[in-house]
Structure formats: structure tokens, C-alpha cells
Ligand binder design. Structure first.
Ligand code: RP5
Length: 167
């Protein structure tokens, strides 16, 4: 059983959506991933959503570029949280996918994150934060992740000073 199901519109999306999987691995959250397209394989997309729900999936993370309807279509078929990751490559290098993913009609939400790599990583962290509401151990791991992140910034600042690049 995977708590988080990562869906992407094309195998070409894995280069970025793999970042979400890596974050989930680091946080100890189970995931599975499928390539399925809102346009090229609409019926298969619905079947995957149904199967994932039956298998205990709690959160869907959907990445797509261009017309980027995957997250919206998945959200139309489930009341579990859907996080949409707009991917670059189309018009405005992802502006098309951003608008397509974020502009859902009232009543069918898609939690839309940033375009590309940062969005893929944030989708994973947001999925973990949703799951952590009922999982204190995961909540602790998220706090540790934040602390590590803060330490990395401080260490980068210290290194800059040591090199004399900054005063
Ligand atoms: C979208 O169209 C996919 O999510 C992908 O980002 C984009 C282009 O797909 P490919 O032509 O690279 O398969 O549906």
C-alpha cells in the first residue's frame, strides 16, 4: 500500500517528478508512481485513481506540462487531496501548465505548487504534512527536515564569510 500516489502525464516528466519521490523517501513516506495521461489515456487514469483509493492511497501528487489537465481530472474523481505540479516545457516555460493546474472551478480543488523542481519537492513535503496531521512520528521527521534546512543555510552563510566573499 502506498500512502502517496504520484501520477505524471508522460515518462518525460519523471526527471522532475522523481524529485517528489526522493523527498518522500527521505521522509519515510511510501509512494508509488504511474505514467498516465488525462488526454492520451483518460479511462486508464480513472482506473488508476480507483485502484489507488482501494489500495489505501491518501494523497495524489500529479505532475503535467502543457495543457496540464491531469491533476484536475484526478480531483474530479476523488475527494482525497490532490496536489498539482505544473511542469515546464510548454508556453512560457510552464506558465501554461501553471494556469491550467491552478485555475480549477469552485468545488474541485487542486493544491497547486510551483512550476518544476521546487514544485515537485514541495508537493512531496505538502503531502507529508497532510499525512503528518495523524502521524506524530512523521510530524517529528518534518520538524527535523526544517531544522536541517535551516542549518544548511547557516552553514552556507558561514562558508561565504570564511571565503571572504562577504563581510
Ligand atoms: C503533458 O504533455 C505531459 O505531462 C508532458 O509534460 C507534456 C508533453 O508530453 P510528451 O509529449 O513529452 O510525452 O501531457
Amino acid at each position: 500500500m502506498s500512502l502517496v500516489v504520484i501520477l505524471m502525464g508522460s515518462v518525460n516528466d519523471w526527471a522532475l517528478m522523481g524529485e517528489a519521490a526522493a523527498e518522500l523517501d527521505q521522509l519515510g513516506v511510501s509512494w508509488s508512481a504511474h505514467v498516465t495521461s488525462a488526454h492520451r489515456t483518460p479511462e486508464r487514469t480513472l482506473a488508476i485513481v480507483r485502484e489507488a483509493e482501494d489500495g489505501g492511497a491518501r494523497v495524489f501528487v500529479c505532475g503535467a506540462g502543457m495543457a496540464a489537465h491531469l491533476a484536475g481530472v484526478v480531483a474530479a474523481h476523488t475527494v482525497r487531496p490532490v496536489i498539482g505540479v505544473p511542469l515546464p516545457g510548454g508556453l512560457g516555460d510552464g506558465l501554461d501548465a501553471l494556469l491550467s493546474t491552478v485555475q480549477m472551478p469552485g468545488g474541485i480543488p487542486v493544491a497547486t505548487v510551483a512550476v518544476g523542481k521546487a514544485g515537485a519537492r514541495n508537493a512531496a513535503v505538502l503531502a507529508a504534512e497532510i499525512l503528518a496531521v495523524g502521524d506524530p512520528a512523521l510530524s517529528d521527521r518534518l520538524h527535523e527536515r526544517r531544522a536541517r534546512q535551516a542549518r544548511a543555510v547557516e552553514e552556507a552563510d558561514a562558508a561565504l564569510r570564511r571565503e571572504g566573499t562577504s563581510r
